[in-house]
Design a protein around this ligand. Structure first.
Ligand SMILES: [Zn+2]
Length: 258
């Protein structure tokens, strides 16, 4: 097998595989898409949302924001020493607190972990009108796209000349575009590491027929809702309080008329 890098930059990679069956490249593609972990916002406490968008809509938008992170400092919750309870090694706390009129961008998210930042701070999340306010407390975590597409690290595809198959000219061109905080090299290397781990599990299973050998991390995987939006009682700013008072007054008057 020969490899030739045809194109490489910050977030894309194009490689030609020579003399390899397309199914092998397909396995790499599926491993990248489904199993390479990246960082995304998972839990959101919605303290105040007086914007025009529903809680769920903003929560979904926030879940799609990609983050750069240090692969050596963060681990997936299901393999963390805290056993899924949540700690500095498996969770990143973030806060979004803005009062309109303004546009709210990804760069407005304040992140407690200095090794984490947004891939593109200029992603527009929402526009706020006068006195509209967002105040969210959020937790991001590493996970894989097998759980939810927001954790997909890259878009990957490959092409090959079907006619050349069997002629000894078995060339597959592999294309990768990162849509996460990981670069193409990190993504490829991680996918190979994961494939190796899974093959080890397969080998182990072949040695012990009938025995259920779990994949790494599968023993403690906790299934849960994708994004939970929880309303909490908090003290609003004076402006928001005023607004609430006004609203109450209007409704009381209406009741009086009726
Ligand atoms: Zn932990």
């Amino acid at each position: 097998m020969k490899l030739k890098v045809l194109e490489q930059n910050k977030d894309t990679l194009k490689v030609e595989f020579d003399g390899v069956d397309p199914s092998v490249v397909g396995a790499i593609r599926r491993t990248i898409i489904n199993r390479v972990p990246v960082l995304a916002i998972e839990d959101i406490d919605i303290l105040v949302n007086s914007s025009a968008l529903y809680d769920e809509v903003i929560a979904h938008r926030l879940g799609m924001v990609p983050f750069v992170f240090d692969v050596k400092k963060l681990v997936q919750k299901n393999v963390c020493s805290c056993k899924g309870a949540g700690c500095d090694k498996c969770e990143v706390t973030m806060v979004l607190n803005k009062v309109g009129p303004c546009k709210v961008y990804a760069k407005d998210i304040k992140i407690a972990n200095s090794s984490v930042k947004t891939v593109d701070g200029n992603v527009l999340l929402i526009s706020l009108l006068d006195k509209q306010r967002l105040h969210f407390e959020m937790r991001a975590e590493l996970n894989i796209a097998k759980e939810h597409a927001k954790w997909q690290p890259a878009i990957v595809g490959y092409s090959y000349d079907a006619d050349a198959k069997g002629s000894g000219k078995n060339k597959v061109v592999f294309n990768l575009k990162s849509i996460s905080g990981l670069n193409p090299k990190q993504i490829i290397l991680k996918s190979v590491e994961i494939m190796k781990q899974r093959l080890d599990v397969f080998e182990e299973a072949l040695k012990s027929p009938g025995k259920n050998i779990p994949e790494p991390g599968d023993e403690t995987v906790e299934k849960k809702v994708v994004i939970k939006a929880v309303k909490k009682e908090v003290s609003d700013t004076e402006e928001v309080k005023e607004e609430v008072k006004e609203k109450k007054k209007v409704s009381t008057e209406e009741a009086g008329v009726a």
